[in-house]
Design a protein around this ligand. Structure first.
Ligand code: ATP
Ligand code: MG
Length: 414
């Protein structure tokens, strides 16, 4: 029999964790809404092809991290490791290429078979946005501004740094790749096994390596900026200009690359030094090649994704919303009345905890435990006068209130 434990790298969201999680999603959705980005939900699993083709056969995600399985019909399916490929698939299968630009935000679980540690799970959750169909640098500026606004809404923008780089166009990348490979070949022996493999297949990824030996070699590697075509340079200048106009501060990080094949031009990350090794909270970039790679018309795109767990850790405990009101029925008639009174108060927007059984003492103990602000007693005496007793649980003071006046009396606790 299966062990009665969560699978390694997965976790339950309970209490404050669940609340913090939803808080991040709500804030992200609301902020994205002000930029005109609408919600999209795509399935949690797709045909394996969707990821294999687009993420690149040599990416860490495809080679090591995907949860791939054969379903009962014999299809190879994969739990989505990220959101963008499925959304691009949705553009194509939904025939939405005539409706550009598409502006979407999403939130949901992602699955990667990685070594679990703080800030690194096997089922984790992301919020993200995609702007599809805008080739102009103003698109990059907008999604980065939206990222900053989202972090600001969550109160963590000051704890982060925006790091920015460009991967240029195809021509720039080709020239840079050549320069990078000839540099790295000199230090082949010092590279990790993974990076030796990448040298032939996808050398840019070596820049993204977290291995210390690799990092030492990378430190003196040639810089992308020296290999940009004039067009790519102009594009990057426009992105930087737009960010400057909006007063969004950034640092150029010439080593910043995205771990996936379909990125070009702008790459960015919001990082923090407050989460230890897992310091990237939000990452994104431009992916003009993606939809074409999937077999569609060339269609530009730019977007980002942020880890909800990492954001929640950065935010820390947040306020828990309105304190509840405990409605406590005493005796059979009181319990019957309490059910109705609770319903009535809930329908006018009060947060009500109803005691299900056990009378006054037990009701009060529970009210204390859940941090209720007031308790409303309904017993025989109260019913006889068509009223309730309202006890302020902070100072113990009690007031007799008629049922007709109850809502007004409790107004401050709504
Ligand atoms: P890393 O370099 O940390 O492995 P990545 O480049 O694989 O990150 P992306 O694919 O860009 O990450 O995902 C965007 C964000 O999603 C990350 O910045 C991070 O906040 C979050 N994230 C990625 N993988 C995980 C994971 N296994 N557990 C928790 N959060 C994750
Ligand atoms: Mg990763």
């Amino acid at each position: 029999m299966a062990k009665l434990q969560p699978v390694r790298g997965t976790r339950d969201l309970i209490g404050e964790d669940a609340r913090a999680h939803l808080h991040v999603i709500d804030a992200a959705r609301a902020t994205a809404g002000t930029y005109g980005y609408r919600p999209i939900e795509t399935p949690v699993f797709e045909f394996t092809e969707v990821f294999q083709r687009t993420l690149g056969e040599t990416s860490d995600i495809v080679t090591k991290e995907m949860y791939t399985f054969q379903d009962k019909g014999g299809d190879s399916l994969t739990l989505r490791p990220e959101g963008t490929a499925g959304i691009a698939r949705a553009v194509l299968s939904g025939g939405l290429q005539n409706e550009l630009p598409l502006k979407w935000c999403y939130a949901g679980p992602m699955f990667r078979h990685e070594r679990p540690q703080k800030g690194r799970l096997r089922q984790f959750h992301q919020i993200g946005v995609e702007l599809i169909g805008v080739a102009e640098p103003i698109g990059d500026v907008e999604v980065i501004a939206l990222a900053a606004a989202t972090l600001d809404a969550l109160g963590v923008l000051p704890a982060t740094t925006l790091e920015l780089n460009t991967l240029g166009d195809n021509e720039s990348r080709g020239a840079y790749r050549e320069a990078l490979v000839s540099y790295l070949e000199q230090f082949r022996d010092r590279l990790s096994e993974d990076s030796k493999q990448r040298l032939a297949r996808n050398p840019l990824r070596i820049l993204d390596s977290k291995n210390n030996d690799d990092r030492a070699v990378i430190a003196d590697a040639p810089s992308f900026s020296d290999y940009l075509t004039p067009d790519a340079q102009t594009f990057f200048d426009a992105v930087r200009g737009g960010l400057d106009d909006l007063g969004i501060a950034y640092q150029i990080n010439p080593r910043l690359v995205r771990g996936l094949d379909y990125y070009c031009h702008t790459a960015f990350e919001f990082t923090t030094d407050q989460l230890g090794a897992q310091g990237t909270v939000l990452a994104g970039g431009r992916y003009d090649g993606l939809i074409e790679m999937m077999g569609g018309q060339p269609t530009p795109g730019v977007g980002w994704a942020a880890g909800i767990e990492r954001l929640a850790m950065l935010i820390g405990p947040t306020s828990t919303g309105p304190r509840p009101i405990s409605v406590i029925g005493i005796g059979p008639a009181g319990e019957k009345a309490a059910l109705k009174v609770a319903q009535d108060l809930r329908q006018t927007g009060f947060t009500i905890e109803l005691n299900y059984r056990g009378g006054l003492k037990r009701g009060l103990r529970r009210a204390d435990k859940i941090g209720a602000a007031v308790a409303v007693f309904l017993g025989e005496d109260e019913l006889a006068r068509d009223g309730a007793t309202v006890r302020n649980l902070d100072d113990g003071s009690q007031t007799d209130v008629s049922l007709a006046e109850l809502k007004d009396h409790l107004a401050e606790y709504r």
